[in-house]
Design a protein around this ligand. Structure first.
Ligand SMILES: Cc1cc2nc3c(=O)[nH]c(=O)nc-3n(C[C@H](O)[C@H](O)[C@H](O)COP(=O)(O)O)c2cc1C
Length: 332
């Protein structure tokens, strides 16, 4: 059985990748992920200094009553515990390249043009096989239009692509007016992969202490549906590779994401909830399903349920909405 896949030019032995998380915060964690069978590792994000300032601005905004923030806010630097500064990050890339055999994808969360460009170049020079840009701009200034925000994403891709030779992936949110159009624009701007989707975090209220709670909830399997939909719609329509992230708990989600058209399927919550060795469970489950359905390769099954290939593509759009709500039978 052939599990190999290509992801933005990287050849991977199978499609299951460890996404950015504290599991890659040191070389021991990264080795454990490799030994457990990760096909590639996306390292935890290096956050640009300026984001710290943005976090402060956002904190002010939170106390002013805003209602939704990127999950990425919750992993803003707690320097002692998690993020460790540019030099240590680059040193970790360097060590990982020397000691590991799988592709290492560095992750960058920048804010300024120079921040993106300088850090991306440093990551490349340290030996990263590729870079994932975790792009999140919060339009706190309400004079910023949607179009201006979108342009920032495009400019970021262009700026980074103009200074590095290695592939560049973009981990994006689903909150664009037209996700498909945006994906095409990012593709045209040169993104080598799109990772769908950045998981968003909504703060909760502690009504005893009258404080905002910023705890991070791990994902659940039902959360795959939004990325699944867009992967199915975008498969076969872009030059960029497609990465799936959010909601993978078992091999079922891995299979679904591949059928939708993902080139790789990423997971963090399942590894934090179980342990990195859960990667083997996911891989074995995929193999078992493929054997059962008589698929001989991942490339054969990829996109088999994408919008272009599924027998009833209308179920992916508005018709499904109408059918779903009118078909509710009160049982769930
Ligand atoms: C504790 C924790 C830390 C994370 N750190 C990062 C990070 O540094 N950069 C990033 O892009 N995503 C980060 N993520 C998001 C994950 O990479 C992933 O996209 C998200 O958890 C959804 O995938 P999952 O459902 O498999 O968990 C983090 C997630 C968790 C739970």
């Amino acid at each position: 059985m052939d599990l190999t896949t290509h992801y933005m030019g990287l050849e991977l032995t199978h499609p299951i990748v460890a996404s950015a998380s504290p599991l890659s915060k040191d070389i021991i964690g990264m080795q454990r992920l490799e030994n457990a069978g990760a096909a590639a590792i996306v390292m935890y994000s290096l956050f640009e200094e300026q984001i710290q300032q943005e976090a402060t601005a956002l904190e002010n905004l939170m106390t002013a009553g805003a209602d939704s923030f990127a999950e990425s806010l919750s992993y803003f630097p707690d320097p002692d515990q998690y993020h460790s500064g540019t030099d240590q990050y680059l040193e970790l890339i360097h060590r990982a390249r020397k000691q590991l055999h799988i592709p290492i994808i560095a992750s960058l969360n920048g804010i300024s043009n120079t921040g993106w460009v300088d850090h991306a170049r440093l990551m490349q020079d340290a030996g990263a096989h590729a870079i994932e840009l975790n792009v999140y701009y919060l339009p706190t200034d309400s004079s910023l239009s949607g179009q201006m925000m979108e342009q920032r994403y495009i400019d970021t891709v262009r700026a980074v692509k103009s200074v590095v030779r290695i592939p560049v992936a973009l981990k994006i949110s689903p909150y664009f007016s037209s996700v498909g159009h945006m994906a095409h624009q990012l593709d045209e701007a040169g993104a080598d992969a799109l990772v769908l989707f950045n998981r968003f975090y909504q703060p909760d209220f502690d009504i005893d202490r009258l404080m905002l709670q910023t705890d991070l909830q791990l994902s659940e399997a039902h959360e795959i549906r939004l990325p699944l939909l867009w992967l199915a719609v975008l498969h076969g329509r872009l030059n960029a590779s497609l990465g799936a992230t959010t909601g993978v708990q078992t091999a079922v989600e891995v299979v679904k994401y591949l059928l939708a058209g993902a080139d790789v399927v990423m997971t963090t919550s399942s590894l934090l909830r179980n342990d990195p060795e859960h990667l083997g469970v996911l891989r074995d489950g995929l193999v078992e399903w493929m054997r059962d359905k008589q698929y001989e390769s991942v490339s054969e099954m990829r996109g088999a349920m994408s919008q272009q290939r599924v027998a009833n593509p209308e179920l992916l759009d508005r018709a499904n909405y109408i059918r779903t709500i009118s078909g509710y039978d009160g049982n769930t």
